[in-house]
Ligand binder design. Structure first.
Ligand SMILES: [Zn+2]
Length: 148
C-alpha cells in the first residue's frame, strides 16, 4: 500500500475493522515516511494467511476448519456458534492488525486457547488436551467425539 502523498511503500496500520458489508477490511494507515494517514479497503482473502505446522509443512488458513475445531471443543457446552464466530473474528482481526502473513500452528492454537479460557473451562481443556499442536483437525475431531 503506497502512500498517496509521497509514494513510500511502508505504512503501519493504526485502525482496522470490517467494512459495512463485511466483504473487506477497512484500514487506517499511517505512512512511515511522511506520516500522512490514509484509508485502504482490502478484500478478505487478498493476503491469505499461511499456517506453518510443526513438521515445517504449511497450508492456507481455513476459517471453516478452525471454526469446526472450536465448535467440536465446545460440543454440549453453553456456547453459541455466534460466540465462536466472534472468537474467530477476534483472532483474525489480531492477525490482520499484526499484518501477519504466516503463523505457526502452535501459536494459532494458543490464540484460540487464550480466548476459550475466558469462555468455558471444559472447552478450554478439551482443546488444550487434544489439539495442542493444531496438527490435524480430523484427528482432533475423532478424538473429541470419543470423549463423550
Ligand atoms: Zn508518505
Amino acid at each position: 500500500m503506497r502512500c498517496p502523498s509521497c509514494g513510500y511503500a511502508e505504512s503501519k496500520v493504526v485502525d482496522s475493522r470490517p467494512s459495512e458489508d463485511g466483504a473487506s477490511i477497512r484500514r487506517r494507515r499511517e505512512c512511515l515516511d511522511c506520516g500522512r494517514r490514509f484509508t485502504t479497503y482490502e478484500r478478505l482473502g487478498d493476503n491469505p494467511l499461511v499456517i506453518v505446522k510443526s513438521d515445517g509443512s504449511s497450508e492456507a488458513y481455513n476459517r471453516e476448519k478452525l471454526f469446526r475445531g472450536v465448535l467440536i471443543a465446545c460440543a454440549k457446552r453453553p456456547i453459541s456458534s455466534e460466540q465462536i464466530a466472534i472468537l474467530i473474528d477476534d483472532i483474525e482481526l489480531e492477525l490482520r492488525n499484526d499484518m501477519r502473513s504466516e503463523i505457526k500452528s502452535k501459536d494459532l492454537g494458543e490464540m484460540v486457547l487464550a480466548r476459550l479460557r475466558k469462555l468455558d473451562d471444559v472447552a478450554y481443556v478439551r482443546f488444550a488436551s487434544v489439539y495442542k499442536d493444531f496438527q490435524n483437525i480430523e484427528e482432533f475431531a475423532t478424538a473429541l467425539e470419543g470423549l463423550d
